[in-house]
Design a protein around this ligand. Structure first.
Ligand code: EPU
Length: 301
């Protein structure tokens, strides 16, 4: 979708929103899949309510993009524009056991930054790609921990109320890869409370998680992490593996040989290829195990 009206473009400039015309979502997602649209980069949180009113009044649909690491976007010209926060500087401020973090900050960088300030708890998240905002919205977790456990406050744009609000941790429910945020809420910043731990000890934990991840996940390849959620008491990866589906392909979309719940783009896979592969695997798991797998990856189709 293109924004061409000069008045609209001038209004964006006024709001300090940078317009990047005809951006390719394949360059903004870890799967390297996705079509083209205008990208609007937001420099000031305060301009968001006015920006969204502007988009509404011109009838321009939009989606919020985080780090693009858990996302499958459809091909071709996309029928909505994409909004993305530009990162704040500094993107994290530590005070005692609290870390005030910008939603656009890189998750891995924040885990190591906090570690250097002797704040632990998030070791398991090392190696999870994406932004803090994305991790928050999905309640990212690994190796027995989840980010939600450390959240004390969230600053967000509440789409329903059309304003920026601050929620306390107790007002948000964090479940397995699911939160009570509305789909169109936009994460802006989060205050985490982290346990004190000596840097050396945290580093040790980080090394162990890194090692586990390297040995079981296709880290060097283009993927969106796990495609399906684990059903209660079972493992999607193990079920897909047991069906002998590692290596199953549609075009360049392929079930990873290393971890069967990771689907990789082995070259120039299209969204159509990837969606076809996802539907095929889901169908086969259903017919054998009678389990309807739920997507873990977010799909913008
Ligand atoms: N397994 C297989 N074959 C495979 C993959 C896994 O037999 O191809 C078996 C493993 O041997 C193990 C079990 O399945 O016994 C579970 O596998 P793993 O420990 O790799 O964990 P997972 O349940 O597949 C979850 C998260 C990952 C997270 C890891 C580590 C989900 C959907 N996945 O994977 O998160 O990194 O645990 O904590 O919850 C993600 O969210 O994108 C993600 C990758």
């Amino acid at each position: 979708m293109r924004i061409e009206d000069p008045k609209f473009v001038a209004a964006l400039r006024e709001l300090e929103v940078e317009l990047r015309p005809a951006s390719s979502l394949s360059e903004l997602t870890s799967l390297n899949i996705g079509g083209n649209t205008d990208l609007l980069r937001i420099k000031k949180h305060e301009s968001i309510p006015a920006l969204l009113s502007l988009l509404d009044s011109h009838g321009v649909p939009h989606r919020f993009l985080g780090g693009g690491s858990n996302l499958l976007v459809s091909d071709g010209e996309l029928p909505w524009v994409v909004l993305q926060l530009a990162s704040a500087d500094p993107d994290v401020v530590v005070e005692g056991n609290f870390a005030q973090v910008d939603a656009a900050a890189d998750l891995g960088r924040i885990v190591t930054y906090c570690a250097k300030h002797d704040l632990g708890g998030m070791e398991g998240l090392i190696g999870v790609p994406g932004t803090v905002g994305g991790a928050l919205r999905m309640n990212a977790g690994a190796y027995g921990m989840q980010i939600g456990s450390y959240v004390r406050e969230v600053k967000l744009y509440r789409a329903a109320a059309r304003r920026i609000e601050i929620l306390r941790g107790e007002q948000i429910s964090f479940e397995y890869r699911h939160t009570s945020f509305a789909p169109d809420d936009m994460m802006l910043a989060v205050k985490l409370e982290l346990p004190s731990k000596p840097y050396k000890e945290i580093l040790q934990g980080i090394r162990i998680c890194n090692e586990k991840r390297r040995s079981s996940q296709p880290l060097g390849q283009k993927s969106a992490g796990c495609i399906f959620k684990n059903p209660p008491g079972a493992s999607a990866g193990r079920m897909i593996d047991e069906l002998g589906l590692k290596g199953l392909s549609r075009g360049d979309a392929r079930v990873s040989d290393r971890h069967a719940n990771f689907f990789v783009n082995a070259g120039k896979a299209s969204a159509k290829d990837m969606l076809g592969l996802i539907a095929d695997v889901r169908e086969r798991v259903h017919s054998t195990f009678k389990v309807e797998l739920e997507h873990e990856v977010v799909i913008w189709a």
